[in-house]
Design a protein around this ligand. Structure first.
Ligand code: NAP
Length: 291
């Protein structure tokens, strides 16, 4: 029987997940497909019900449904319960279990591509939305020592910092606008959508990374463009940097393993995603562009 997975979101049609998940299925010779399930809010419960079908392995969940998905599954893994956000659903015999692989995917990307072991380190997260929550609790599980959260809307940063404190991690909330303490962290992570192509703050920086101390790892989870203004400025200042694609692939690879029980073919997934990003960037530049 051919098996099925897909991504639930709105919008979801620009997601890279179908490209690299299909590449993973093909690499391992699996008879499986990955579809885009762009879903308006009123259709969300019936969309989740269809995940219970025998041929369905589960789904990824993206903007804006990661929080609401917690109430649409039968049980929550601890990694989803802590941040209050589900990005992966697994169907086992008609029962739906919600997971969050964003945090663990981030931690893996920082370890493997950023050369930083999070245990005992201090992190400054810029942003307090769904992605920041997943990453923050991934860092708690990886035993980070300190997590500061700076957000435009201070109350949201305070809420996340309070949740982190309750889980036993030293945390504090800062205002993104008045941020003047970017120094003293081992790693600074842009978890806002600032700098994202097509977003309201494309071309902008969340903060100036030049305030960070020498050797601070600068991470941007935004992956379009692959080198964001935040990363470019950090590179110019001689700081080590990491883009958002490794996290995207790692969170998808963890989902793949949950659905199939197989080791994900990471190289094939990276190659497919990088190829697609290159194609999209050329299409965006248009014919006749010299780049
Ligand atoms: P979200 O829940 O909507 O949160 C957006 C965050 O960005 C909030 O903290 C928001 O601050 C802040 N923000 C947005 N525009 C801003 C502006 N003009 N100035 C200051 N702050 C601004 O979104 P999300 O799910 O967390 O996603 C955030 C970004 O991460 C997106 O670009 C997404 O594509 C990316 N992402 C990447 C991965 C990956 O695997 N690489 C995974 C998930 C998400 P307020 O609270 O003040 O509104």
């Amino acid at each position: 029987m051919s098996r099925l997975a897909g991504i639930i979101g709105n919008p979801a049609r620009h997601s890279l997940s179908p490209v690299f998940q299909a590449a993973a299925f093909a690499e391992l010779g699996l008879d499986a497909a990955y579809e885009i399930w762009e879903t308006p809010l009123q259709d969300l419960p019936s969309r989740f019900d269809r995940l219970r079908a025998r041929d369905c392995m589960g789904a990824n969940v993206t903007i804006p449904y990661k929080e609401v998905a917690c109430g649409l599954v039968d049980e929550l893994d601890r990694g989803a319960e802590l941040p209050g956000a589900v990005n992966t659903v697994v169907n086992t015999g008609g029962r739906l279990r919600g997971f969050n692989t964003d945090g663990a995917g981030f931690v893996r990307s920082v370890r493997e591509r950023g050369g930083l072991e999070p245990a005992g380190r201090s992190f400054l997260l810029l942003g307090a939305g769904g992605a920041a929550r997943g990453i923050a609790f991934g860092l708690v599980q990886a035993e980070a020592a300190v997590i500061a959260v700076a957000n435009r809307t201070l109350a949201r940063a305070e809420g996340l910092a309070a949740d982190l404190e309750r889980s036993g991690t030293r945390a504090r909330a800062l205002s993104l606008g008045g941020l003047n303490e970017a120094e003293g962290f081992d790693c600074i992570v842009n978890c806002t959508s600032i700098g994202m192509e097509g977003g309201g703050a494309a071309g902008q920086l969340p903060v100036d990374p030049r305030g960070a101390g020498a050797g601070t790892l600068i991470v941007d989870i935004v992956y379009v463009p692959t080198v964001t203004p935040f990363l470019r400025r950090a590179r110019e200042a001689g700081l080590p940097t990491l883009g958002g694609l490794p996290m995207l692939i790692q969170q998808g690879a963890l989902a793949f393993a949950l659905w199939t029980g197989l080791a994900p073919p990471l190289d094939a997934m990276f190659t497919a995603a990088e190829g697609e990003l290159g194609r999209r960037s050329r299409a965006h530049d248009g014919p006749g562009d010299a780049r």
